[in-house]
Design a protein around this ligand. Structure first.
Ligand code: FAD
Ligand code: NAI
Length: 466
């Protein structure tokens, strides 16, 4: 029987990164993966394919609507959807191969099959009609998450799709109805909108992107509406009739009331994701789950069973690839006897639309609710030179700082490249920096990042270009 220091179940960004870090620390490591390819949700049906389609569709949109105003004259672009899907697949394959390479480089055994925990120190791996049991000193559960389903609305991944089906539609739907104005709805809605679909988003709450700073979400909604998105807020889809040529969705006010029927070609259900522990044997092994089905862990990623840890989407916290990765590193270091740590106060979030939305730290609503006295500095891209010359002036940077100490508590950006810009704020916050520190840091001109410096100056009411 093979024996290891660590067996990681799942090879998403949490699992494979944990395995690499553990191998770097001298452990003998194996990963278990039930899918045919490594990389988990993120590489196969999540972050990567969605970003490939967002990039390609943005290029299509730019060629159609932005080139001419810059004096670049091209004939109207034509969509070759199979070629775009091939571009997406090449991106997935390249990244999956990268993870395979990392496993080899770090001498990590890859065991394909479904992993089941038989108890502390024992994992059964079954697949292709074969089964083996491996022994290990430690186990890390990194089995990720699955789509959340809506009762009574069956996903067929053709006309009623989850994000997985929406990443592989065979043709551009004339009409796309999206249930849920969260990250997936707005990113994948953007893809199909740019390629020609009419997009309507039905959202249960009275706002889009819950969890994002309210002012940012409002501005972002207006920008998306200008792009042609139609939002039905405070509403829910209660049924979808798929018996006819077009789908008929029943939409009701969230609080109940008069229903409306909306015809559409495709329905995308994206109302969140749920932890995935199916077939893992948690109950039999005595591994406690919380009331939302997540594996319960302590501050050191340890489950209720000694020697068994859990990280990533399957535990509490934001369902983000980089959060899973950082937990993977910290967990491996803790297993090795080091002091691994994740700072949950500084986890950036990005919505990869055009413009992008990014944030790190507290929102204004969170500070108000916690009774923290804060000051705020805001700077619009309309006053940023680089944005002006490029004619990409939508959005702003907002910085929230402690009223007494000036320590930066949150940074929120809506605007092009916001996802790349947020990291200087994250580094500053990791070091406990102040708005004054940001304001006194020389920023290259002309860059969009100067808007961050100006927003920091605005905290002290002394922005230069406004
Ligand atoms: P996963 O990536 O879900 O990996 C879990 C792995 O475990 C899977 O490969 C699964 O097959 C395997 N597994 C499960 N059970 C078993 C078992 N019993 N035995 C063996 N193997 C098993 N996050 C971002 O940060 N940025 C983004 O841009 C982004 N875009 C996204 C877009 C979409 C459409 C979706 C759906 C998600 C996106 N996410 C994004 C979220 C991101 O994909 C997840 O947060 C991330 O993948 C979680 O990593 P993980 O390692 O915890 O789990
Ligand atoms: P989400 O949690 O971001 O948004 C779901 C939305 O659906 C919410 O606005 C919610 O209020 C709404 N909703 C819930 N039930 C509803 C109902 N019955 N009717 C109408 N609206 C309803 O979840 P989403 O978009 O499915 O994404 C899942 C996870 O994947 C997120 O947690 C996110 O972290 C991750 N992800 C991250 C990305 C990124 O970092 N760029 C991209 C895509 C996904």
């Amino acid at each position: 029987m093979a024996t290891y220091d660590l067996v990681v179940i799942g090879t998403g960004p949490g699992g494979y990164v944990c395995a690499v870090r553990a191998a770097q620390l001298g452990m003998k490591v194996a990963v278990v993966e039930k899918n045919a390819t490594l990389g988990g949700t993120c590489l196969n049906v999540g972050c990567m394919p969605s970003k490939a389609l967002l990039h390609a569709s943005e290029m299509f949109e730019e060629a159609a609507h932005s080139f001419a105003k810059m004096g670049v004259s091209v004939s109207a672009p034509k969509l070759d959807l199979p070629a775009m899907m091939n571009f997406k697949q090449q991106g997935i394959d390249g990244n999956v191969k990268g993870v395979e390479f990392l496993m080899k480089k770090n001498k990590i055994d890859v065991l394909y099959g479904a992993g089941k925990i038989l108890g502390a120190g024992k994992v059964e791996v079954s697949g292709n009609g074969k089964s083996q049991t491996v022994e290990t000193k430690n186990i890390v559960i990194a089995t990720g998450s699955d789509i959340a389903r809506l009762k009574g609305i069956e996903i067929d991944e053709k006309r009623i799709v989850s994000s997985t089906g929406a990443l592989s539609l065979g043709r551009v739907p004339e009409k796309l109805l999206i249930i849920g104005a969260g990250v997936i709805g707005l990113e994948l809605g953007s893809v199909w909108k740019r390629l020609g679909a009419e997009v309507m988003v039905v959202e249960f709450l009275d706002r889009i992107l819950p969890g994002i700073d309210g002012e940012v979400a409002k501005q972002f909604q207006r920008i998306l509406e200008k792009q042609g998105f139609v939002f039905k807020l405070g509403a829910k889809v209660t049924a979808v009739d798929s018996s006819g040529k077009t789908l008929k969705a029943t939409v009701e006010p969230a609080a109940g009331g008069v229903a409306q029927t909306i015809e559409t070609d495709v329905v995308l259900v994206c109302i969140g994701r749920v932890p995935y522990t199916e077939g893992l044997g948690c109950k039999e092994a005595g591994i406690a789950l919380d009331n939302r089905g997540r594996v319960q862990i302590d501050a050191h990623f340890s489950t209720s069973v000694k020697g068994i840890y859990a990280i990533g989407d399957v535990v509490a916290g934001p369902m983000l690839a980089h959060k899973a990765e950082d937990e993977g590193v910290a967990c491996a270091e803790i297993i090795a006897g080091q002091a691994g740590h994740v700072n949950y106060d500084v986890i950036p979030g990005v919505v990869y639309t055009t413009p992008e939305v990014s944030s790190v730290g507290k929102t204004e609503e969170e500070l108000k609710q916690a009774g923290v006295a804060y000051t705020s500095g805001k700077f619009p891209f309309t006053a940023n030179g680089r944005s002006k010359v490029n004619q990409t002036t939508d959005g702003f940077v907002k910085i929230l700082a402690d009223a007494k100490t000036d320590r930066v508590l949150g940074v929120h950006i809506v605007g092009r490249e916001a996802g790349e810009m947020i990291h200087e704020a994250a580094v500053l916050m990791e070091f406990g920096g102040s708005a004054e520190d940001l304001a006194r840091t020389c920023h290259a001109h002309p860059t969009r990042s100067e808007a961050i410096k100006e927003a920091a100056l605005a905290v002290g009411k002394r922005a230069i270009h406004m």
